[in-house]
Design a protein around this ligand. Structure first.
Ligand code: HEM
Ligand SMILES: CC(C)=CCC/C(C)=C/CC/C(C)=C/COP(=O)(O)OP(=O)(O)O
Length: 418
């Protein structure tokens, strides 16, 4: 009598099932990836994609029907195991770079939507600075910031691949799915960072490049590892998010003034309702992957901090005209925007459910760009680049005043004493 021994064990994320046929010349080994065990695997898939059954080498004719019975048994067992509700522990370990989608995958590696909004805040910083707007340095500053942000996000994902694989929000990221290799990520990050720093240092100024480099290090070497040790990572992450507007401001006028810090302060405060709300629905993910987040370890603090910082945003918006950064209209126009942000944060603080947290997160993605535009429209001091004619006339006037001085000194000697 032939017996079939089915042994299953998790090995590097690949479930290896060894079917041992007693008295058969060779055993049949069954391999299938346990990707998405929750996903229903139908027969066809079982036959072709997820199940590789190496047939018994030489089945004696009389034994073929037995092999068929066994194979059906193996398939039904596989189906049960494959659809078992178990945590997604398995992730693909053999990257298969897809050359036709390289650009798309690099954009995903850069977290392009997050990077786009980061660049918008840098542009706002540039446009807000009290110095002439120069299109060339504006574009160089924006491209340099985008490259550094893309590099930072690529390194972040390189470090977090094993943990991203354990969270439903990030399990489809390009490094987890193997669409790009770790070498791709490191190579892309190195090229993007060096190009970005070159553009900022040679096309904008050293202060902007230094801010960008500092932020790159802060995000990849401090914030990213800190996510696994302390809830203070969110405060560090908020500093990371508040530096791009400083880069834009420095890119325009070469220094940092009151307005730069008001803008950076608004960004710093904005990230708490933005992230704390988002992380609320991600608590199972974050705790499974071993991240230290307020939403997991101190839910009351998470709700309080989100509410507190919407208040800070309101206070900073009201103080901008007092600090001579914007006109009074900015305080009036941002009042309804910030009030609604605060209302949603209050609802999240009181109800703390998936609905209120989702509304707060989603509104945060609308609130920031609108706040940046209002900041721009109500800029206090517009300094336009002088045209060539204006420069010529201005020079002529200063030269002639210079020539008139000695003349007035001789004709009207007493004027000197006045
Ligand atoms: C403490 C700082 C921050 C944390 C912890 C944080 C965290 C996150 C997380 C976990 C997501 C969901 C990403 C995803 O899986 O799709 C997200 C989305 C997003 N974040 Fe933030 N973020 C922070 C700061 C910022 C900053 C400074 C910006 C831009 C100025 C920003 C813009 C965005 C955008 C646009 C999205 C939507 C991305 C998408 O839908 O693909 N975030 N944020
Ligand atoms: C110039 C320069 C270097 C700019 C960097 C801008 C930048 C990358 C801001 C991101 C802010 C932040 C903490 C995002 C969350 O990352 P996360 O790792 O918590 O998000 P995840 O869980 O989705 O990976």
């Amino acid at each position: 009598m032939y017996s079939v021994v089915l042994r299953t064990r998790l090995l590097n994320g690949i479930n290896r099932k060894t079917v041992v046929f007693k008295n058969f010349p060779q055993s049949t080994t069954l391999l299938y990836s346990s990707a998405a065990p929750q996903k229903k695997i139908d027969d066809d898939k079982l036959n072709h994609e997820d199940v590789l059954v190496t047939k018994v080498a030489s089945i004696h004719p009389i034994q073929t029907d037995i092999a068929k019975i066994i194979q059906d048994e193996v398939k039904s067992q596989t189906r049960q195991v494959a659809t078992r509700k178990e945590p997604e522990l398995a992730w693909r370990i053999t990257p298969s770079t897809d050359a036709s989608n390289l650009v798309k995958h690099y954009l995903m590696l850069s977290k392009i939507r997050l990077t786009s909004l980061v660049v918008i805040t840098s542009m706002a910083g540039y446009a807000m600075a009290p110095a002439p707007f120069d299109l060339n340095t504006f574009l160089m500053c924006s491209v340099g910031t985008a490259l550094l942000s893309g590099s930072a996000n690529s390194i972040n994902q390189f470090f977090e691949t094993p943990f991203d694989a354990q969270m439903s929000r990030t399990k489809n990221r390009v490094l987890v799915k193997g669409y790009l290799t770790p070498l791709h990520a490191v190579g892309f990050a190195a090229v993007a960072a060096s190009t970005g720093l070159l553009i900022l240092s040679h096309g904008v100024n050293d202060l902007t490049a230094a801010l960008g480099f500092t932020n790159l290090v802060l995000y990849t070497c401090i914030y990213t590892p800190m996510k696994r040790y302390s809830i203070l990572n969110t405060w560090v992450g908020s500093i990371v998010g508040s530096i791009p507007p400083l880069m834009g401001w420095a890119g325009c006028c070469g220094t940092l003034g009151n307005g730069a810090f008001v803008l950076a302060g608004l960004l710093y405060a904005w990230q708490f309702p933005h992230f704390n709300a988002l992380s609320w629905n991600l608590r199972p993910d974050y705790s499974r992957a071993g991240y230290r987040m307020m939403a997991v370890t101190n839910p009351a603090l998470c709700r309080r901090v989100a509410l507190r910082y919407t208040g800070v945003i309101g206070a900073l918006s009201l103080s901008a005209p007092l600090l001579d950064v914007t006109n009074m209209w900015f305080a009036l126009e941002t009042l309804p925007l910030n009030a609604y942000f605060g209302y949603l944060a209050w609802r999240f603080y009181k109800e703390s459910d998936s609905g209120s947290s989702r509304k707060l997160f989603r509104f945060s993605l609308l609130h920031l760009p609108v706040l940046m535009v209002l900041f721009l429209i109500n800029k206090k001091e517009w300094v336009f680049k002088k045209s060539k004619d204006e420069i010529i006339v201005e020079k002529a006037v200063t030269d002639s005043i210079g020539q008139l001085k000695p003349l007035t000194a001789t004709l009207l000697p007493n004027t000197q004493k006045l």
